[in-house]
Design a protein around this ligand. Sequence first.
Ligand SMILES: Nc1nc2c(ncn2[C@@H]2O[C@H](COP(=O)(O)OP(=O)(O)O)[C@@H](O)[C@H]2O)c(=O)[nH]1
Ligand SMILES: [Mg+2]
Length: 435
Amino acid sequence: MFESLGERLQNAVHKIKGYGKITEENISEMMREIRLALLEADVNYKVVKEFINNVKEKALGEEVQKSLKPGELFVKIVKDELVELLGGEKKDLNLNGNPAKLMLVGLQGSGKTTTIAKLANMLRKKYHKKPLLVACDVYRPAAIDQLKQLGKQLNIEVYDEGNNNPVDISNNALKYAKENNYDYVLIDTAGRLHIDETLMDELENIQKSIMPEETILVVDSMTGQDAINVIEGFNNKLKLTGAILTKLDGDTRGGVALSVRHLTNVPIKFIGVSEKLDGLEEFYPDRMATRILGMGDIMSMIEKAESVIDEKEAMETAKKMQQGKFDLEDFLTQLNQIKKLGPLENLLKLIPGASKMGLNKVKINPKDMAHIEAIVLSMTPYERRHPEVLKASRKVRIAKGSGRSVEEVNKLLKQFEEMKKMMKMMKNGNLKMPF
Ligand SMILES: Nc1nc2c(ncn2[C@@H]2O[C@H](COP(=O)(O)OP(=O)(O)O)[C@@H](O)[C@H]2O)c(=O)[nH]1
Ligand SMILES: [Mg+2]
């Protein structure tokens, strides 16, 4: 997600951290780099301009000048401003209606139908309440079928009246929902490839008629600057209450994500992160900013690692991991590197969101590490390079040699396999960050 933007911002920000003094000159240089990074990520120029102005103003403020660590304070300013840009506090859905009515709008292909099914599924799971999906994209028969198909998969009812008038359908659906005790009515609407007056009027009529608590714009985050016109078009015509960004699992540069809030003044409420029906996540501006800047205290973690780890050795290991050639010999090297970092507990605490994940309470017994090392050291170099040859008799020998049990040898080998699997996933980009 936003790799190249993240990398560039991190580089810019990292540089300034080292400055003992903040001058107009080095601020300007930094702002130039940040500005370019944002523009290249396709962030709307108006948004970039305001972002830069805000950061600059704060950075030149007295507080920063007086600070003992101006670089760090500057990083904080950038992060805070990024959080603001992404919407500040997390905003929840307004589900106060009885039933609560939610209407999803957006261009064709933006992900409305998929997202509305994901959303119904999520709401049902989270609140244990009953959602009803309503098919108001009446222009293509396939659209109704698609929603029905998704409803069937999730076992959620879909209300449809074929190609009847969408305003009537939504009114009838609402009546049906009240009579049958549905808690949420989720309306899937039609989209066109471009903003289209007739369609906009139709959406406006649905909105006026059923007065939804939420009218959410679904935006494909893969679209570049074009998306901005679309966002503004929908926002001018309809009273939007939120946005959902889809396809963030793809190779998106991030511009839409960083522009949408500023341009519409409506909060991003969810993000779509896969085609699957569980691929919807609540949106937290703070976590996203942290993710983009790759910071939290990960930064100090990296700095710490850099200071003790042999760079050449680390590069070689990383290369092997990427090629899927990581073996137990490399694992041993890694263990030794990790040992140099000091108590692991301290490192885990630096991971952003560590306390939320319970990592701050994890206890690691140094003895366990020593046992693992003993087992690996009892293998022959050939065995370390080819763990697949480790059958029963060899395991018994290793267990004896290391003074551990065969079970422990097995456990280690299993963990090693898991680790390799994880590396493969990281390589393929399928591993989600835990925050
Ligand atoms: N990878 C990915 N694909 C998505 C996501 N959301 C929607 N899609 C895909 O985008 C395409 C269009 O989605 P659809 O719901 O039919 O869009 P609609 O025309 O707005 O209703 C489909 O192939 C979806 O599977 C997402 O978050 N990630
Ligand atoms: Mg659709």
